[in-house]
Design a protein around this ligand. Structure first.
Ligand code: ZN
Ligand code: MN
Ligand code: MN
Length: 273
């Protein structure tokens, strides 16, 4: 697993790889714009070129992007859905400009599960037509009417799209809170993931310990080893050979100092082969 964290793009996106390197990242996740606004200025050619150069210079193996929190492709409100799609397409195109392969998105919310799944798939299909990026649907904790807390929901979305273009981001906190016990039954959950979705669709991991217990539906991240999942769960994850080429991104609280500590903790869990 390429270990990393979500890093800031303050001042310039091009600075993100260096920020990652300075805290020990082998992979990074970024927002490509302010995550609480719908629009953003275009990314300049110079900034994009510098970003790609800095990825190499700082030996960052992979950068993934995460979409804005405002987007809801599952929405039954057609105005919000259209606005979400527009913003989502804007983000897929930003990934193309930056040479980023994977874009993480929370699938969306809708009181009607099957309507939500159809709308999400339609939004994805429209967006990937005009972009090269691979979408990574994030597993959710199942709070409110969020879709993506059951592997079956993610697989239904993928079934309605161009399968080669849609993958899954497995968030350890969310998946556990959703009721998949990766602490007590790690192998069983991974086998279930493989049979329902398929391991080849697992493109990204979010490495977060969980404040909430299994099945709590609580989306509260905790530092590695300090939460309900505990150190042993992360030892399994970082040494899982099926995940050896997958970026594992921290989204734990507290900023860069804390990321560095969590990265050190994770690296110490690696077996040397
Ligand atoms: Zn997320
Ligand atoms: Mn996450
Ligand atoms: Mn979360």
């Amino acid at each position: 697993m390429y270990l990393g964290a979500h890093v800031s793009i303050a001042k310039s996106i091009a600075l993100a790889p260096e920020r990652g390197k300075s805290i020990g990242c082998e992979a990074i996740q970024i927002f490509t714009k302010n995550q609480r606004q719908w629009r953003a200025r275009e990314i300049g050619g110079e900034e994009a070129k510098e970003f790609e150069e800095n990825m190499k210079k700082n030996e960052i193996k992979e950068a993934v992007a995460h979409v804005s929190y405002l987007i809801n492709l599952g929405s039954s409100n057609s105005e919000l859905w259209k606005k979400s799609l527009e913003s989502f397409m804007h983000e897929t195109n930003r990934c193309d400009v930056l040479g980023i392969d994977h874009l993480v998105i929370h699938p969306g919310t809708n009181r009607d599960e099957s309507e939500g799944i159809k709308r999400i798939a339609e939004g994805i299909n429209r967006a990937i037509e005009s972009s090269n990026v691979i979408i990574a649907l994030e597993t959710t904790a199942g709070q409110g009417n969020s879709i993506g807390h059951r592997f079956e929901q993610l697989s239904s979305i993928i079934e309605l799209t161009d399968k080669k273009r849609v993958s899954v981001c497995f968030d350890t906190c969310h998946t556990y809170a959703a009721g998949y016990d990766i602490k007590e039954s790690y192998e069983k959950v991974m086998e279930e993931f493989d049979s329902v979705i398929g391991m080849k669709h697992l493109s990204t991991i979010h490495l977060n310990d969980s404040k909430g217990s299994c099945g709590s539906h609580l989306d509260r991240h905790e530092h590695i080893g300090k939460g309900a999942l505990g150190t042993e769960t992360f030892r399994r994850l970082v040494n899982d050979k099926r995940l050896s080429k997958v970026p594992g991104i921290l989204e734990t609280p507290g900023g860069d100092e804390e990321f560095k500590k969590n990265l050190d903790t994770l690296k110490a869990l690696r077996y040397s082969f």
